[in-house]
Design a protein around this ligand. Sequence first.
Ligand SMILES: NC(=O)c1ccc[n+]([C@@H]2O[C@H](COP(=O)([O-])OP(=O)(O)OC[C@H]3O[C@@H](n4cnc5c(N)ncnc54)[C@H](O)[C@@H]3O)[C@@H](O)[C@H]2O)c1
Length: 268
Amino acid sequence: MKITRIAVQGAAGRMGRCVIQAALAMPEIELAAAVDRWDSPELGEDVGSFIGGEDAGVTLAHDLATATDRFDVLVDFSGPDATVTALEVCRKHRKGIVIGTTGFSNEQKKLIEQAATEIPVCQSANFSVGVNVVLKLLGEAAQALGDAYDVEIVEAHHRNKVDAPSGTALRMGEVVALALGRDLRRDAVYGREGQTGVRDGKAIGFATVRGGDVIGEHTVLFLGEGESVEIAHRATTRTNFARGALRAAGWLNGRAAGSYSMQEVLGL
Ligand SMILES: NC(=O)c1ccc[n+]([C@@H]2O[C@H](COP(=O)([O-])OP(=O)(O)OC[C@H]3O[C@@H](n4cnc5c(N)ncnc54)[C@H](O)[C@@H]3O)[C@@H](O)[C@H]2O)c1
C-alpha cells in the first residue's frame, strides 16, 4: 500500500480538526505535520489530544517551511492569504497541495494557476463525493432543460463563514453557465433589492443564507413554465469533506505538475 505523508494547514480550525481525525483513521495516510497561526492557543499541543483523542505524536506548529522534509502533500483548509504563503513553500520544495480554502481574489487565483505549472495542485471548493456528483448532474440538467428554465442557486452555511456566495455555489453556477453557453462574470446576479425590474432570462441568481451551525446546503432551482426542478445537496458532517481531501492527497502524491479537480480524482 502506498502511504502518503501529509501536512495539514489550518489544523486547529473546524476543517483542520476533521482532516486530522480522518487522517488518523486512514491507513494509507500518515499525518506528518500540522500547522496553524503563530497565535493559535493550541500551538505546541499534540494534535491527537486537541481533537479529543490519544496522542498522535504530531505537535501543532506554525512554520510549514521547517516541516518540508517530512510530508509529500499539504492539505490546506485555512484562509486565502495563508494558502498563498503555503503555496510558495510547496512550490519551492516541490510538494503537492490540496486546496480546500475558498474565497480567493482573481490575483490569488492566478498565483495558484502559476504554481500548478510547477507542482501538482488539486483545488476544489467542495471535496465531498456527493457535491461532485451533483456538479455532474447539474451540467446534464442545464443542457437538457436549456434557456426556458430560470436558474437560481440558494446556499446556507453557519454564522462563522466569511465568504459569500460559497465557493461551491459559485462552482455550481460556473457548471450551469458552461452548459448553457453563458458567462458567470456577466450573467450572475448576487442578491436582489428594491426596483429590480423583470428577471433577465440569462441571469443565474444567487441567494445566501448565514446562521447557526449549518455545515453546508446548496439547492439549484430550474424554474420553468408549469414545473420546476430542484437539485440539492446537504452536508450533515464535515467528515465527508475531510475524507475527500485526503483521497485527493493520495491521488496527487507522485503526480506530474498540473491543476487537477476533485472530479478527476473521482474519475467522474
Ligand atoms: N473545499 C471544501 O470541501 C471545504 C469544506 C469546508 C470548508 N472549506 C473552506 O475551508 C476554509 C477553512 O474553513 P473552516 O471552517 O475550517 O475555518 P476555521 O476558521 O475554523 O479554520 C481556519 C484555520 O486556519 C487557520 N489559519 C488562518 N491563518 C493561518 C495562517 N496564516 N497559517 C496557518 N493557519 C492559519 C486559523 O487559525 C484556523 O484555525 C474556508 O475557506 C472554508 O470556506 C472548504
